[in-house]
Design a binder for this molecule. Structure first.
Ligand SMILES: NC(=O)c1ccc[n+]([C@@H]2O[C@H](COP(=O)([O-])OP(=O)(O)OC[C@H]3O[C@@H](n4cnc5c(N)ncnc54)[C@H](OP(=O)(O)O)[C@@H]3O)[C@@H](O)[C@H]2O)c1
Length: 262
């Protein structure tokens, strides 16, 4: 039985880029997302392109504890062990906080942070020889972000969690969190990148490039990696700018658009 890479958000824009790259490397894949239909279609597509690939799919709503337990029950039934977790799932609602419903607050917090913690534990328990853990954070965690406040906060939490695990599992696992800037995946995100003009354009990288650089960072066991030269510079500059100025700048830029795809 091969050791599997569990990919969350496998059918999404960035998730499918990770899946493609891992499939090209012949990794056994355990793919999850909310839609059984989309997962089955993805599996079919992968097996058509890579007939020797081992692919398991299991639908899971990451906001639901029972659904997460069922995901691991599926793995346990098949005696699956894990080489890697690639945690890509994320909810990126962007609007004034008073426009959120209570349900949206819960949903975003669970997908972006709680489920990542739960799945990392589950994979670690069912680990292979020297497992690898990759979490997709965001440049949005580099500063508190008005109008993107909960997203930024949950991604900061995710970042702190994985950086801490890098220390906790030292010598037992590789653990990396990556911070990408804009990635033109969904239409609303493409529109958002356009709306941020020059600033949005220079920060954006294709899903494949982000996936490639992320897997490279993981192979090198980098604790935390900002993806892209411009984003690295921006990240460093952010540290030098007083919080008040950052808050005014982000308020001006991020109040111009809203996105709520979930
Ligand atoms: N695009 C960007 O500009 C950008 C920048 C920085 C970081 N990121 C991060 O990159 C990751 C991927 O984003 P993307 O741009 O590829 O967006 P996307 O296409 O919308 O992918 C998000 C994924 O999250 C999954 N997901 C959401 N809620 C879920 C739930 N309750 N249970 C299980 N899965 C759930 C979705 O799965 P299903 O819909 O298949 O269920 C989807 O595959 C996210 O973590 C995002 O925060 C994106």
């Amino acid at each position: 039985m091969p050791e599997f890479t569990l990919v969350t958000g496998a059918c999404g824009g960035l998730g499918s880029a990770f899946v493609r790259l891992l499939a090209e490397r012949g990794e056994a894949l355990f793919l999850t997302g909310r839609s059984e239909t989309r997962l089955t279609a993805l599996k079919k597509e992968l097996l058509a392109a890579f007939p020797a690939l081992t692919v398991e799919v299991c639908a899971c709503d990451l906001t639901d504890e029972a659904s997460r337990a069922a995901l691991f029950a599926f793995a346990d039934d098949r005696k699956m062990r894990f080489a890697r977790l690639v945690y890509v799932a994320g909810v990126d609602t962007q609007k004034a906080l008073e426009k959120y419903t209570a349900q949206k607050v819960v949903l975003q917090s669970r997908v972006n942070l709680e489920a990542a913690c739960d799945l990392a534990c589950g994979v670690f328990v069912r680990r292979g020889d020297f497992p690898e853990f990759l979490a997709v954070g965001s440049m949005s965690a580099s500063t508190p972000m008005p109008y993107f406040a909960l997203y930024s906060a949950t991604k900061k939490g995710l970042e702190q969690l994985f950086v801490a695990l890098h220390g906790e599992w030292k010598g037992r696992a590789k653990v990396t969190v990556v911070l990408p800037g804009g990635i033109p995946t969904r239409e609303d995100i493409k529109e958002n990148i356009r709306a941020h003009g020059w600033f949005g354009r220079v920060s954006a990288l294709s899903p494949r490039t982000v996936a490639e650089r992320s897997l490279r960072a993981l192979a090198r066991n980098r604790r935390k990696t900002v993806i892209g030269g411009w984003n690295k510079l921006l990240y460093a500059l952010t540290r030098c700018v007083p919080t008040g100025i950052r808050l005014s700048f982000v308020s001006r830029m991020w109040s111009k658009t809203e996105k709520d795809a979930f």
